[in-house]
Design a protein around this ligand. Structure first.
Ligand code: PRP
Ligand code: ZN
Length: 185
């Protein structure tokens, strides 16, 4: 696909949004926010910035709508485990976090087999299924698109598999990490 300006997809809001813009600025690019929140323009280089939900970035790049994207390894890997995914070209070294299994504080955890027959809520069903399969664990995966941390309180699942960075979200919901599924940035 040939077009006049490079299209770079990045997260509109969330953990990577501001640092992704900072990366462009630190490269000397002038980001013009203009009137359109979905499309920022770089004034001093032929680049347009598409601002979207992070989960949509692999699709936009795979379909050629964007030439490049800045996205978490967790989002890229979830897509890879499921469908044609863009190739990782460079690690950027920011937004470090980990995908972890977490359970209510009082629950005791004696290794992956404690998850047999358990319901686990996550936004990363393919990564989690691969993790469980590799350990011969048969659990029930509940796919949620957000607010995964409330699932135990709602009685929707006993365990969650969610991204953890500061740990504040787990703590606020009375959850403790019991396993690391993957590291991400
Ligand atoms: C993740 C995760 C938690 C939060 C954890 O969401 O789902 O809500 O971050 O961070 P903490 O350990 O610092 O409290 P994220 O910001 O990636 O949002 P998204 O999944 O909706 O893109
Ligand atoms: Zn997201």
């Amino acid at each position: 696909m040939s077009r006049e300006r490079l299209r770079l997809a990045m997260q509109k809001s969330g953990r990577l949004a501001e640092q992704s813009l900072d990366l462009l600025r630190s490269a000397g690019l002038t980001v013009n926010k203009g009137a359109n929140e979905l499309l920022y323009r770089i004034d001093n280089a032929p680049i347009d910035v598409l601002r979207v939900r992070d989960d949509d970035i692999p699709t936009l790049v795979a379909d050629g709508v964007a030439d490049l994207g800045i996205v978490g390894l967790n989002v890229l890997e979830e897509r890879e485990a499921n469908a044609r995914a863009p190739r990782e070209v460079m690690r950027l070294g920011f937004g470090r976090c980990a995908l972890k299994l977490a359970a209510p504080e009082k629950a005791s955890y004696a290794g992956p087999h404690a998850l047999d027959g358990v319901r686990i809520a996550t936004s990363y069903p393919h990564i989690l299924a691969r993790f469980l399969d590799a350990r011969g664990v048969r659990a029930e995966i509940v796919h949620m698109h957000g607010a995964v941390e409330v699932a135990p309180r709602l009685g929707l699942a006993q365990v969650v598999c969610d991204l953890v960075s500061t740990g504040a979200t787990l703590e606020a919901n009375g959850l403790s990490a019991v396993e690391t599924v993957m590291h991400s940035e």
